[in-house]
Design a protein around this ligand. Structure first.
Ligand code: NAP
Length: 485
C-alpha cells in the first residue's frame, strides 16, 4: 500500500505546458502544487525526441515564453538540444524543480465527489490527492510503430524516431526509414550524410516549403539582448507570417494556397530533375490538409546518390530488410520508423474517472472535445493544457499554452474553496462551433490524418492566433458553475 501525498494543484508533465503552469502559479503566489514527471528530466517532447536533426519547425523567437525570451537562440529554427537547455534553465530560474517528483508514472486518476478532490495514482503505488488536476501531457506522446508482417523476424535494429537509442551508429549502414513527414524530413538529411545507403519508404508525399534557416550572428544576438523591444517586434513578425501566410493556406484561401504550392514546387524542382520523381513527390491533396512542412535540406538529401525513394506500400519485413509492393526485397541493416504518434484515444493508457465513475475515454467515444480545450463536462476541477481542438498548423503551441494557463488561473481563482464545472450546454455549443468551422478548412479535405478521429477533427483549432488570444482572455462566467454556490 503506497503513501498519500496531499497538494492543492497537481500537474502532470514537465513539458512547455506543465512548466508554464507552474511558473504562473508561483507568480500568482501559489506554492502548494506538485508536478509529476514520469522521466528523470524536464522537457517533454524535447527530452524524448533526440533523433539526429531534431529541431523546431516554428521560428525560435516565437517558440519561447513571451515572459521569458531567449535572445541567444543559435539558429532561426532552434535545435532540440537548445530548446531542452532553455526549458532546463527556465525550470531553475523559476525555482520550479523543487515542485517536481521525477520518476512518477501516472497510472490513473479518479474524482472523489464527496471530498471534491482528485486521487491520482502512480506506478509505484503512491497516491496524490489534489483539489485540482492539470494534465499537461501534449498531443504527441505515444510513439506509433505500425505492425508490419514479419516485423519480429528482421535481424537488425529497428526503432522509432522518438525512441532513438543512445549510441546507435548509422555510419556505413544500409538504412531504411519508413515515413517522410515532419520528423522524417529532419532526420533524413542527417542520416544521408553518414549512411552507406538510405531508402525512404513514402506512403504519401508532403508539401514542403523552404525555411531558409541560418545561424544568428553574434551581432544579432547582442542586439536581441540589449534591445528587447526589437526582439519583441521580430517575434511579432514571425507571428504575422503564421497568421497571414500559413493560416490562409489552412483555410484553403486560393491565392495563398497557390503561392504555397508554387514555393514547394519551385524548391523541389531546384534539386529533383527527374519528372517521375517530381510526380512521386507532389502531393495529391490540398496544401494545408496535413501539416505543411518546412525544410531546405530534404530535397538536396533526396538528390544524393546514396538516397533512394520507394513510393509503393510496404508488404512485409523480412529477416534481411523490407519487401515492398513492387515485389522487390531490399536489404537493410537498420530500420527507422518515422511513423508518428497515437493521437486516439486522446489520453492513451491513462484512465481518468470523473463524476459517476465515467471514464474520459468513454466520454470522448467518437472523438475528443472540450470547452475551449481546457475543461470537459462531468470532470470537475480537471483542466487540460494542449487539450482537444487546440493544435494549430501555423503558429506556436507555446503561445497557445500561455493563453490556456492564464485562462485556467482565472478559473482557479473563481473555484477558490469550491468545485468548478463547465456547463454541458456551453461545451456542446462550443464543440458544434468548432466542428462547423473545421469542416471549412483544408484539414477536412483529406480522409485520414493524426488530427482526426474518423470524420471528426478533434485535435485542431480552426481559428487564427489572434482570435485564440481574444477568446482565451477571460472565461465567460455563466458557462461555468461552482459548488457550493
Ligand atoms: P506524422 O506526421 O504522423 O507522419 C508519419 C509518417 O509516417 C507519414 O509520412 C506517414 O505516411 C508515415 N506512415 C505512418 N504509418 C505508415 C505505414 N503503416 N506505412 C508507411 N508509412 C506510414 O508523424 P511525425 O512526422 O512524427 O510528425 C507528427 C507531428 O509532430 C507533426 O505534424 C508536427 O506537428 C510534430 N513535429 C514537430 C516537429 C517540430 O519541428 N516542431 C518535428 C517533428 C514533428 P502518411 O502521410 O501517408 O500517413
Amino acid at each position: 500500500m503506497g503513501n498519500t501525498v496531499k497538494t492543492d494543484v497537481l500537474i502532470i508533465g514537465t513539458g512547455f505546458g506543465g512548466l508554464c503552469m507552474s511558473a504562473k502559479l508561483k507568480a500568482s503566489g501559489k506554492e502548494d502544487f506538485i508536478i509529476l514527471e514520469k522521466a528523470d528530466g524536464v522537457g517533454g517532447t524535447w527530452r524524448e525526441n533526440r533523433y539526429p536533426g531534431a529541431e523546431c519547425d516554428i521560428a525560435s523567437v516565437l517558440y519561447s515564453y513571451s515572459f521569458y525570451p531567449n535572445p541567444t537562440w543559435d539558429f532561426k529554427w532552434a535545435k532540440q538540444k537548445q530548446i531542452l537547455d532553455y526549458l532546463n534553465r527556465f525550470t531553475d530560474d523559476m525555482n520550479i524543480r523543487k515542485h517536481i517528483r521525477f520518476g512518477q508514472h501516472v497510472s490513473g486518476a479518479q474524482f472523489d465527489e464527496g471530498a471534491g478532490r482528485w486521487s491520482v495514482k502512480t506506478a509505484d503505488g503512491t497516491i496524490y490527492s489534489a483539489r485540482f488536476l492539470v494534465t499537461a501531457l501534449g498531443q504527441l506522446h505515444h510513439a506509433k510503430t505500425p505492425g508490419f508482417k514479419g516485423q519480429d523476424i528482421f535481424k537488425g535494429p529497428q526503432f522509432h524516431t522518438a525512441e532513438w537509442p543512445e549510441g546507435v551508429d548509422l555510419r556505413g549502414k544500409n538504412v531504411a526509414i519508413i515515413g517522410n513527414a515532419a520528423s522524417a524530413i529532419q532526420t533524413i538529411p542527417e542520416i544521408a550524410k553518414i549512411a552507406k545507403t538510405l531508402t525512404i519508404y513514402q506512403r504519401s508525399a508532403n508539401w514542403i516549403i523552404p525555411k531558409r534557416d541560418r545561424p544568428y550572428s553574434r551581432f544579432e544576438k547582442g542586439v536581441a539582448k540589449l534591445v528587447p523591444g526589437l526582439s519583441k517586434l521580430y517575434r511579432g513578425f514571425w507571428f504575422g507570417v503564421g497568421e497571414f501566410l500559413m493560416y490562409p493556406m489552412i483555410r484553403g484561401r486560393k491565392r495563398r494556397s497557390w503561392l504555397g504550392r508554387a514555393m514547394c514546387r519551385s524548391e523541389m524542382k531546384k534539386f529533383i530533375k527527374d519528372p517521375d520523381m517530381q510526380a512521386a513527390l507532389t502531393p495529391d491533396y490540398p496544401i494545408g490538409a496535413k501539416r505543411i512542412l518546412l525544410s531546405e535540406t530534404y530535397y538536396p538529401a533526396l538528390a544524393r546518390e546514396n538516397v533512394g525513394l520507394v513510393n509503393v506500400p510496404i508488404k512485409a519485413l523480412t529477416s534481411e530488410g523490407i519487401h515492398a509492393g513492387d515485389d522487390i526485397k531490399r536489404p537493410h541493416d537498420v530500420i527507422v520508423y518515422a511513423t508518428g504518434f497515437y493521437t486516439h484515444p486522446f489520453y492513451k493508457d491513462l484512465p481518468i474517472l470523473g463524476e459517476n465513475g465515467v471514464e474520459l475515454g468513454e466520454h470522448w467515444d467518437g472523438g475528443a472535445f472540450a470547452y475551449h480545450g481546457v475543461m470537459t463536462s462531468g470532470f470537475p476541477n480537471l483542466f487540460m493544457l494542449y487539450g482537444p481542438n487546440t493544435n494549430s498548423g501555423h503558429t506556436s503551441i507555446v503561445f497557445k499554452l500561455e493563453n490556456q494557463v492564464n485562462y485556467i488561473l482565472q478559473l482557479l481563482e473563481r473555484a477558490e474553496g469550491k468545485t468548478i464545472r463547465v456547463n454541458k450546454d456551453a461545451e456542446i455549443r462550443y464543440n458544434e462551433e468548432m466542428q462547423t468551422r473545421l469542416a471549412d478548412t483544408s484539414w477536412a479535405k483529406i480522409d485520414k490524418s493524426w488530427y482526426k478521429t474518423g470524420e471528426k477533427i478533434d485535435l485542431n483549432w480552426p481559428g487564427s492566433g489572434i482570435e485564440y488570444k481574444r477568446r482565451m482572455k477571460t472565461p465567460i462566467n455563466q458557462d461555468f458553475h461552482t459548488s457550493p454556490e
